[in-house]
Design a protein around this ligand. Structure first.
Ligand code: NAD
Ligand code: G6P
Ligand code: MN
Length: 433
């Protein structure tokens, strides 16, 4: 059977992942799921591992659940490595979400300066993991869930030899939500996705061979907001959707409704407000871990739906199964462009539909993006490429250029202030600087 290593195993999402492996146990023989964490996460890790053991036992699946703080030992003999760690924890995320607000800039986990700070903290760790993998399990697949997932995957693709796919639940979440909107079976819905992570569009939606894009857009403007738990469900502008003719992802609100969403964030972050998303998640996590400790609980609890990661397990485990079983199915993943989107560098990472087999991902041709979306994609990709260089080499020139080129940052002056702040706030996690 397979050995699956989960780095950041103490995550409250782990029961979600275990649920996915249980559901697909018949097609994916997993002998061992090894949960890896760091000392600071050991308490969470133990709780999650006990729940995971109860889950597989109840389901009658004989996968062994093991835990360790010794990453190298875990990677020995691994077939699949799933990364879902958070350097600096939710406290660092809360800082990412707050520090830009004083400059009138959006504070978000993956988008804008917050996402940049998270990338800088994460890149040294992911490169370290890849060094270990190259030595200890060179044939293993890395399924990277750690955010900012596209940018982190690009760092791995450009600077290591590890076989890697980046994964996000946004595409599958859009598919499931749109299927509900259409009152259709999700298996009958096909979405032609293309773009970047957290900047992906459904260029066309098909239902049993019929192009239903227009009716999806109409339903969205009728109030079906198409959002996720972690994003304010601001209503889409009907004229805008009609003129765009494509389905934006929930994260597009940060670009298309920047002023409204910033106002919401600023209100939430003031004393007496609901707090930033990280602060809300800290409370959700606390109650989840209370539930997880209940010895009667042997399945993923419904409360997990309060997190933004719905359908994560479906995306992850079906992807792993498609590789292992050489299925040649279409999945939406973050992978090297290879010319699929013309006009973007061939070696950059995009989020797009790919044929998945034992050999990995073959992106389907997208061609030239229309001007409605091409500019934004180019600009965000330029930011991401600069951020990768900054994060890998600890290069503050590239860091300043990354921020100055980000479409949500208004001036060089603000970019410099943001950079100074984030370098000092995160100094403990930035060995490369
Ligand atoms: P979390 O704060 O619970 O962190 C998960 C675990 O990572 C913790 O137990 C922590 O101790 C551990 N960790 C921290 N540094 C580590 C290191 N150097 N090595 C190993 N483990 C380490 O985080 P979470 O909310 O469960 O999210 C986990 C990650 O998954 C985040 O990066 C988040 O952004 C990402 N995520 C991605 C998607 C997606 O769509 N791609 C969706 C949800 C979450
Ligand atoms: C979605 C996104 C993830 C993001 C998560 C946040 O699932 O795809 O990339 O990390 O939401 O959810 P949270 O509950 O942590 O706010
Ligand atoms: Mn995501």
């Amino acid at each position: 059977g397979l050995k699956v290593v989960v780095i950041g195993g103490g995550s409250s999402y782990t029961p979600e992942l275990i649920d996915g492996f249980i559901r697909r146990a018949a097609e994916l023989p997993v002998a061992e799921i090894c949960l890896v964490d760091i000392l600071a996460g050991q308490h969470k890790l133990d709780i999650v591992a006990d729940l995971a053991r109860r889950m597989v036992a109840r389901a009658g699946v004989d996968s062994k659940i093991t835990t360790t703080m010794d990453r190298a030992a875990a990677l020995q003999g691994a077939d699949f490595v799933v990364t879902q760690f958070r350097v600096g924890g939710l406290a660092a995320r809360a800082r990412d979400e707050r520090f830009p607000l004083q400059y009138g800039v959006l504070g978000q986990e993956t988008t804008g300066p917050g996402g940049f700070a998270k990338a800088l903290r994460t890149i040294p760790v992911i490169l370290d993991i890849c060094r270990d993998m190259t030595k200890l399990c060179p044939e293993a697949w890395l399924i990277n869930f750690t955010n900012p997932a596209g940018l982190i995957t690009e760092s791995v693709q450009k600077y290591t030899k590890v076989k890697c796919l980046g994964l996000c639940n946004v595409p599958i979440h859009m598919k499931m939500t749109i299927a509900k909107l259409l009152d259709a079976d999700a298996n009958d819905v096909f979405i032609d996705f293309a773009g970047l992570n957290h900047l992906v569009w459904g260029r066309k939606v098909w239902h049993r061979g019929i192009d239903v894009t227009t009716s999806v857009l109409e339903k969205m403007q009728d109030g079906a907001a198409l959002t996720m738990k972690n994003i304010p469900d601001l209503k889409w502008d009907g004229d805008f959707l009609r003129s765009l003719g494509m389905v934006p992802c929930p994260y597009h609100r940060y670009y298309y409704m920047t002023d409204s969403i910033l106002a919401e964030e600023q209100a939430a972050a003031t004393a007496g407000g609901a707090g930033t998303r990280a602060e809300i998640v800290q409370a959700v996590e606390e109650s989840l871990f209370k539930l997880y400790q209940n010895p009667e609980l042997a399945e993923k609890p419904a409360e997990l739906e309060k997190r933004g990661g719905a359908y994560y397990s479906d995306a992850a485990v079906s992807l792993i199964s498609a590789i292992y079983n050489d299925k040649r199915e279409i999945h939406t993943v973050n992978t090297v462009n290879q010319g699929a989107i013309s006009g973007l560098p061939i070696n950059c990472v995009i989020e797009t539909n790919c044929v998945i087999s034992k050999n990995g991902a073959m992106p389907l041709t997208v061609g030239t993006l229309p001007p409605e979306i091409a500019g934004l994609v180019q600009q965000v990709k330029a930011y991401e490429m600069l951020a990768v260089e900054a994060g890998v080499h600890g290069d503050s020139n590239k860091a300043l250029q990354a921020l100055a080129n980000h479409p949500l940052i208004p001036s060089v002056k603000v970019a410099k202030q943001l950079l100074a702040d984030l370098l000092s706030l995160n100094a403990a996690y930035l060995p490369q600087f």
